[in-house]
Structure formats: C-alpha cells, structure tokens
Design a protein. Structure first.
Length: 311
C-alpha cells in the first residue's frame, strides 16, 4: 500500500449517506491458517438492513448494510464456528438488528448490547434471553462526545445484576484520566482493540504501558487483540501492530480475545481482507495452545459458560 494512503487515524468518523462509506471487502481470501474447532470471532457487527432496522438519528456515520446472512457466510468462509456481535454506535440503544442476528444463528452467536440507565427490567431479561452477555461503554469523543459516566455507573450496576461483563472502548492516551473510573466498575471488564496504542511508539508506547498496568494489577481485565488495520502506521500486512498482539497473548493467555471487527466501520485508509487478518493469528499466538485459548477457551468461558460447565 502506498505510504500516502496510510493516515494517522484509520477510522476517522464522517456523517453522511452510505455512498460516502467504505464497504467491506467483497471477496476476502480463504485463510491459510485453519482455526481450531469451535473458534469464535469475538468482535464483529451487523448493520441493518436499513429498511428493517433503522439507524439512530444521533449517529455519527451511516454504514452500508451488513446483515446477519453476510456475517455468517464470512464466519463459515474463514473457518470459524461462532460469533460475538457487538452493538455499534450507529444503531444507538436499539439492539434489534443484533438480536435478530443472534436469533438466526442457531445458538452460535452471542451479543454485547448498548443500553440506557433506565432500560426496563423486562427489556434486560429479553436481551439476556436473546443472547446478550455484556454491555459496551464507548469513551471515544469522536463517536459519543463526552461519555455519560453517571449513566455508565448505573448501567454497570444493572449489568452486574444480570451477570454480564463490560466492554470498554477508549484511546490509550486518555487512560490516565479514565483508569480510576474504569477500575471502579464491577465484574469482568474487556478492553477493546488493545486499548488503541500508538503503533509508531512500538512496545514502549506510554499508552500501551498504561493498558498493561491495568491488566497486571487487576485480573478482572481482559483485552481484545483485534483491529491491526485501525492501529497500523505502515499499512497491510500490519507488521507494526503484530508485536502488540503477541505481547498480550503471551503475557495474559487466559484473558485475551480475538475478532475480525467485520464489517470494519469507519475505515477510510483502506478496507482489510478478513482472510488476511485471520492469517495474522499464528503471528500473535504462535503455539496451538495459545491459539486454542485465544479463539476457543477464553470466548467460550465468557460467552457460553453453560456449555463449558457441561464439558
């Protein structure tokens, strides 16, 4: 990829119609790496179809349709068995598209929802019965403005009552201002996309050190070793980001997750080939044991604990 095509922020937000939105890769390669049986894509999304599931009027971007059928076809093409579908900001707190996708998955999908502090008990129960096992808190100012921390506290309390975990999405350079708030939240907390370190700083990046400190001090913290396409400064094949993922997998093997982030919302520099992303897995998890923990054991413990208990 030409250097001029790589931008500092690989997911700059734009408002506007879907015609201004970069669509997902139309024909990803079949990966050379064969995931272990039961592998889970633990971070992906569904969008629309817009004529069935409307987007939030407060959204900062309008994606192209990325429905459940396309996601599940990609799952099979890549050699995965299950998905964890994460609610994205463009659908707001209307989790209908996600719930519909889970219902179509034959038990092979779970969800992470976005809810409001006053979501009813009946709705929380409906979400749980529909496959939701976590809630997501977004701290990225370009997506949500100032995060509603007061609301997040109440939501976290209610999530804990449901036995759900919390997913937190932030920029690593903002972590010093967020750490005390995040660590006060109850239950298991999953950090999205490695905490978005600055890849240009290498493993010595200060933001990455802050993320590692959270993981070192509190075993409630997990981390997703995902989205090299968002973090890269050099472009595909993302060699500048691989060391971050490998460090986390080897240092915290029982608390790491992996996901495609399909359909890669807000990407502006380029659209990744999902098959090529899968082929990075042996570089960040170089042994069969680490691959199984990353792709099977860990996501199953978090999202399908009842099946793990039955084994």
């Amino acid at each position: 990829m030409a250097k001029s095509h790589v931008i500092q922020n690989n997911d700059t937000v734009q408002a506007g119609p879907a015609t201004d939105y970069m669509s997902f890769h139309p024909a990803p390669k079949r990966p050379e790496f064969c995931p272990p049986d039961g592998a889970v894509d633990a971070h992906c999304h569904v969008f629309g179809p817009a004529d069935q599931f409307s987007f939030a009027p407060t959204r900062k971007y309008t994606p192209v349709d990325a429905p459940a059928a396309r996601l599940f076809a990609l799952r099979d093409h890549l050699g995965f068995a299950r998905n964890v579908i994460v609610q994205a900001t463009c659908h707001g707190t209307d989790n209908a598209a996600m719930l519909d996708a889970i219902a179509r998955s034959d038990g092979r999908a779970r969800g992470v929802a976005v809810i409001e502090k006053d979501t009813t008990e009946a709705e929380l129960l409906r979400l749980h019965q529909g496959g939701v096992r976590g809630v997501r808190f977004n701290f990225l100012k370009r997506l949500v403005g100032d995060a509603p921390k007061g609301d997040y506290i109440r939501i976290a309390e209610r999530a804990a009552e449901m036995g759900w975990h919390i997913v937190v999405y932030f920029e690593s350079q903002e972590l010093p201002d967020l750490a005390s708030f995040i660590t006060a939240l109850p239950g298991t907390i999953v950090i999205d996309h490695m905490g978005r370190p600055d890849a240009s700083g290498g493993l010595q990046d200060v933001g990455f050190a802050n993320v590692r400190e959270l993981l070192d001090k509190d075993e409630r913290f997990w981390v997703k070793v995902s989205c090299p396409e968002r973090l890269t400064q050099s472009g595909p094949p993302y060699g500048d980001v691989v060391p971050f993922g490998r460090y986390l997998v080897e240092a915290y093997p029982d608390r790491v997750l992996w996901g495609t982030d399909w359909p890669h919302p807000n990407m502006r520099s380029h659209m990744p080939d999902d098959g090529a992303l899968v082929d990075l897995i042996p570089q960040i998890a170089p042994t069969k044991e680490l691959q199984r923990k990353l792709l099977v054991d860990n996501p199953m413990r978090l999202y399908w604990p009842e099946e793990v208990a039955d084994v």
